[in-house]
Design a protein around this ligand. Structure first.
Ligand code: GTP
Length: 596
């Protein structure tokens, strides 16, 4: 066990975590360069295009250190977004140490701090790394200052790297050996292994990613998943070295995988403890939490006969994504679909993209909503995440909505702008403190509903990209919500309804009508768009009739060009849905949430 090190790399988004991970893998030469894909750890298409890490992957790096001993360095990858913070916490619980990566030109940002706090909670040994030192805008001294003052870490320990040119990579491997503690644990005790991730393999079923704390495990053993109270016979155990390398056994301290004929990833839970049926451990490892969705949206196929296809696609996605939940849903306007729950907005977008790209579906998603607790006059509590199901307001005693605690880090010249953005979103400023002489951390409590849509984009734009943001849900608070209905040519469109705060309702009704007017294309007849609260019309806009003749500007010339235009128009139409007699594009369903 003395020769094992388990660690993560934690960083703010884009500070170079994936690039550095790839470098470490290249440095220990477990895959030949020819086979080396650009970003091996980010192996999903969508991830690569969006430049974010969603699904974590770990890798065991064999490394001969300067002391001439062979070490096994287990690099545990963590997903890089606030939506997946529970998965991050389980990955960190599997480590003894972490490299905290900081971009030499950007310096410390909100997620750098959030990640550091999380790593400290798990008592990890933390080594700061200053990356991208090759950039002309790199300011190493400034970052060292931040490491000392904002993070309270020793700047002298910082390792300087450029994941791009390869500078300093050896120092990271050597640093892991020298400064990170080896795992403790006892192979002779009953098995205790932490599930920190799992993924689905079409041939082998669920592949569970584990860290063994005590005991040993081999093929043929019968394991018990403690939370689910389920038993499985182990078919194979092994370690990850990009591909799976089967092993005779896994022992305390090691990180690896288990294959045990488990059908879907939902049968395993991130954070659960695995033990042996024949010799169980006394209790599970601490920290288990059930992943709870916080953002809800309904998904409908554009084609009315697309429901079956969507059902099959969701079922397949679910095999690999335990945190996605869904149930059947119907809408008067949109027909049959599914109400889905997501860990956050990014999770929602990832699911949407995968459904559209991998399953070639054309979809309508309704405006995302949070989950409200509604206490009725008769004492009953309703949990509502779909505005269409909002009960008769006269029967409601009170409504509670989820609140978050948000940490926002900005250069102080943006303090006023951030303050007005957050106050405008019903935020309460709890605290602020200077991290350095011109960088500020501002703490707000905000209703989750106010940030689910465009808050992050807004923050980025008012701070010219400098603002960073991190949040956690704290509690439910009493609120005064009303249901804003949207009528199109006099017909209520249930999928466009939203719950809004009473004080903002008129303003929100007005902007929703304006936005819809921009989104809904002109048609052969006039389209009236109205906002209504409890039957009372509060806003109105009109789309005047017009026939868009896209071929008019071609003057009968080049036929292929004409075809191209028609093709383009047809494509544009694909994501439109007939509601009554009116064609409504996908973007309209989300536009009602926009605030400017
Ligand atoms: P997420 O996966 O989104 O969390 O991002 P990440 O932290 O993994 O960042 P990633 O490795 O994708 O790098 C972000 C960008 O920075 C990419 O365009 C990299 O090419 C670039 N980059 C990473 N390391 C370096 C470096 O040392 N120098 C320079 N100049 N660019 C770098």
């Amino acid at each position: 066990m003395k020769q094992i090190r388990n660690f993560s790399i934690i960083a703010h988004i884009d500070h170079g975590k994936s690039t550095l991970s790839d470098r470490l893998i290249q440095a220990v030469d477990i895959v030949s360069d020819r086979d080396f894909k650009d970003q091996i750890l980010d192996n999903m298409d969508i991830e690569r295009e969006r430049g974010i890490t969603i699904k974590s992957q770990s890798v065991c790096l064999p490394y001969t250190a300067k002391d001439n001993k062979q070490y096994f360095l287990n690099l545990i990858d963590t997903p890089g977004h606030v939506d997946f913070s529970y998965e991050v916490s389980r990955a960190l619980a599997s480590c003894e140490g972490a490299f905290l990566l900081i971009d030499a030109s950007q310096g410390v940002e909100a997620q750098t701090l959030a990640n550091l706090y999380m790593a400290l909670e798990h008592n990890l040994e933390i080594i700061p790394v200053i990356n991208k030192i090759d950039l002309p805008s790199a300011d190493i001294e400034r970052v060292k200052n931040q490491i000392e003052e904002d993070l309270g870490l020793d700047p002298e320990k910082a390792i300087l790297t450029s994941a791009k040119t390869g500078t300093g990579i050896e120092n990271i491997l050597e640093g892991a050996v020298k400064y990170l503690p080896p795992p403790s644990g006892d192979s002779t005790l009953p098995l205790r292994a932490l599930i920190f991730d799992s993924h689905y393999d079409p041939f082998r079923g669920t592949i569970i990613h584990v860290r063994l704390f005590d005991g040993t495990l081999k093929a043929g053993d019968t394991i018990k998943l403690m939370y689910n109270n389920a038993f499985y016979r182990v078919e194979e155990v092994g370690i990850f070295q990009i591909i799976r390398i089967p092993q005779k056994k896994l022992s305390a301290g090691q990180v690896g995988y288990i294959i045990a004929g488990i059908k879907t990833v939902s049968d395993t839970r991130c954070g659960d403890t695995i033990t042996l049926k024949s010799k169980p451990c006394e209790g599970p490892l601490p920290g288990f939490k059930e992943a709870k969705p916080v953002v809800f949206s309904s998904i409908y196929p554009v084609a009315s006969d697309g429901y079956e296809e969507l059902a099959v696609a969701l079922e397949k996605l679910k095999l690999n994504d335990a945190s996605l939940i869904y149930e059947k849903d119907t809408s008067a306007a949109l027909g049959f679909g599914f109400r889905c729950g997501f860990l956050g907005l990014l999770h929602l977008e990832v699911v949407q993209e995968r459904l559209e790209r991998e399953y070639d579906l054309s979809l309508i998603l309704t405006a995302p909503s949070v989950r409200y607790e509604i206490i009725m006059n008769d004492g009953e509590t309703l949990i509502i995440d779909n505005p269409a199901l909002y009960p008769d307001p006269t029967m409601i005693e009170k409504t509670l909505e989820p609140y978050i605690r948000a940490g926002i880090i900005v250069p102080d010249r943006y303090m006023g702008a951030v303050m007005s953005l957050c106050l405008d979103r019903r935020g309460i400023n709890k605290n602020y403190q200077y991290l350095t002489n011109n960088r500020l951390e501002m703490i707000f409590e905000l209703p989750l509903a106010e940030i689910v849509y465009d808050f992050y984009d807004k923050l980025k734009s008012i701070t010219q990209g400098y603002g960073s943001f991190d949040y956690e849900i704290i509690d439910y608070r009493e609120t005064d919500m009303v249901k804003l209905d949207i009528l199109i040519n006099g017909e209520k469109v249930d999928a466009l309804a939203q719950l809004v705060h009473r004080e903002r309702s008129v303003e929100r009704g007005r902007t929703a009508c304006e936005k819809l007017k921009d989104e809904i294309p002109r048609q052969m007849f006039k389209i009236a768009i109205q906002g209504a609260i409890g039957g009372k019309i509060i806003s109105r806009s009109t789309v005047s009739p017009f026939r868009k003749d896209v071929t008019a500007k071609c003057y009968g010339g080049d036929i292929s060009r004409k075809r191209k235009l028609l093709e383009k128009q047809r494509k544009g139409k694909k994501r439109m849905k007939m509601v009554g007699k009116v064609m409504i594009p996908q973007s309209a369903f989300l536009s009602v949430l926009k605030t400017d």
